[in-house]
Design a protein. Structure first.
Length: 492
């Protein structure tokens, strides 16, 4: 998987820097709390939310179990509707396919709908290297692109910017990309939106090639679905002569009827709306309506490796709503850039290490970017048990073990820097399987509790630096139980 933020340190160091940025923390705190409060009210309107959540989970799990069959069905349906399907095993292959398709049109500019998949494979940079300029048309993505920045949120990529910063970016950068910002531009939302609208309109009307992702692909008809709130997606999907859609293979749903579930849960979980303002659907090509040429690039890029993991595969249910980011105390304080990936927050902490592997320092640190509070699981509209996967991946980082990488079964080596943790876990395993030794250790700890330090030495200092060590009780629980209950229940 491409898309690692070049030069980014592992999460602990990146987060340590981020929490010192008071402006960033203020922006994140205001935005995430506003979004999650609105989402809670929108979800509370539905009496059957729990049933919809379970239905979404079941649909996704069924599709993943039979993904081979549904992928073939998608290819057949898209081809029958006049489209062309391409298969990309990794980021390099996907970028080569898209670049070649653009070059065949003779164009040197493309307009883009907001797409996590194209960010994942670093498509904009790959096109730029081939002399093709890709223009983002989502407002937040435009802000990120003009500011030569990186997205920090799945739904609101520029969440780390405030209005004053956005005004300054528009004033200084818009003229280099096209129509300049109006003179005397202020930081009022209406003026900023109007400046973006005027800047983008000329690109919509001029572009001959559009690039998109998709929120869903319906297998039975080959229909692609994009939901968005600004209308820029509708312009990109209908005005260009050629449309190229790069879609992860996990985006498939079997039937039209399945959209009924996700078109209720996605908008409420993401933008706290009852329905998306713009829901665009297209099936192949149609004479005199929309693009004359349509290409669908189905992207793997580590997804089948993830599918092979019985615990971790549930991450592929994700519908990119970002609800988990907005409730995560770690994300709220550290921000999205600290995750070193286009997928930030709790879902990024489990998705990126599976798509990219845990071989790099960044990816080995991501499963630890969580307090395991469980808030992410509670709000997930497809019931991804993110804490379960985090613990599973932590075990993989510390212990290594069997995994699938590049379609091949391999045995991963333990990551560096976890020798003490492995030793502690082995010692705990030895003690817990020997009741006598465990009892003796507990009694010794109780009798020497007055001598215990208030902080941990060595590497443990980082943990106890912000926490109080729990006090050891005067007697172990099992001794107390034996003394007070006298073994009346037959236990010893």
């Amino acid at each position: 998987m491409s898309g690692t933020f070049v030069g980014m340190p592992a999460f602990p160091r990146a987060a340590r820097e981020a929490v010192r940025d008071t402006t960033l923390r203020g922006n994140l705190r205001h935005a995430t709390r506003t979004i999650r409060d609105k989402r809670a009210r929108a979800v509370a309107e539905l009496d059957d939310w729990a049933a919809l959540r379970e239905a979404g989970k079941q649909i996704k799990d069924h599709t993943l179990r039979h993904l081979d069959r549904y992928l073939v069905q998608v290819e057949e349906a898209v081809t029958a509707a006049g489209g062309t399907v391409h298969w990309a095993a990794d980021a390099d292959e996907a970028n080569e396919i898209v670049a070649r398709l653009v070059e065949e049109t003779g164009e040197s500019e493309v307009v883009k709908v907001k797409s996590m998949a194209t960010q994942e494979i670093a498509l904009n940079e790959a096109l730029e290297a081939r002399g093709v300029h890709a223009y983002e048309t989502d407002l937040a993505e435009l802000i990120v692109q003009l500011g030569k920045d990186r997205p920090s949120h799945i739904l609101v990529p520029a969440i780390h910017r405030n209005r004053g910063e956005i005004r300054d970016i528009f004033r200084s950068e818009m003229s280099e990309w096209g129509r300049p910002a109006p003179e005397n531009l202020t930081d009022t939302p209406a003026e900023l939106a109007e400046a973006a609208r005027l800047h983008l309109r000329e690109k919509f009307l001029r572009a001959k090639v559009g690039i998109s992702g998709a929120n869903f692909v319906v297998a039975e008809t080959g229909t692609l679905v994009v939901v968005e709130s600004e209308g820029n997606g509708r312009m990109c999907l209908t005005l260009p002569e050629t449309l190229i859609s790069v879609v992860g293979i996990e985006k498939i749903v079997p039937r039209w009827q399945d959209l009924e579930v996700f078109l209720q849960t996605l908008p409420r979980s993401s933008t706290a709306e009852r329905m998306n303002p713009y829901t665009s659907m297209w099936t192949g090509t149609t004479d005199e309506d929309g693009p004359r040429t349509f290409h669908l690039v189905l992207l793997d890029n580590g997804r089948t490796d993830t599918l092979a993991d019985e615990v971790g595969r549930q991450a592929l249910r994700c519908i990119r709503c970002s609800a988990c980011l907005n409730v995560c105390p770690v994300y709220e304080r550290a921000g999205g850039h600290a995750y070193g990936s286009v997928y930030p927050g709790p879902i990024g902490a489990i998705l990126s290490p599976q798509l990219r592997g845990t071989g790099s320092e960044i990816d080995a640190s991501l499963p630890y970017a969580s307090s395991l509070c469980g808030a992410c699981y509670e709000v997930c509209p497809v019931a991804i048990d993110i804490p379960e996967v985090l613990v599973h991946l932590r075990e993989r980082v510390v212990q290594g073990g069997p995994a699938v990488r590049g379609g091949n079964r391999v045995v991963l080596k333990p990551a560096k820097g976890h020798a003490a943790e492995r030793a502690a876990m082995r010692a705990a395993q030895w003690a817990f399987t020997r009741p006598g030794a465990l009892r003796a250790g507990q009694r010794l700890a109780s009798r020497t509790r007055r001598l215990h330090p208030r902080t941990l030495p060595g590497p443990g200092r980082a943990w106890s630096g912000s926490r109080d060590l729990p006090a050891v009780p005067a007697e172990p629980f099992r001794d107390w139980w034996q003394r007070t209950r006298g073994g009346k229940d037959g236990s010893k």
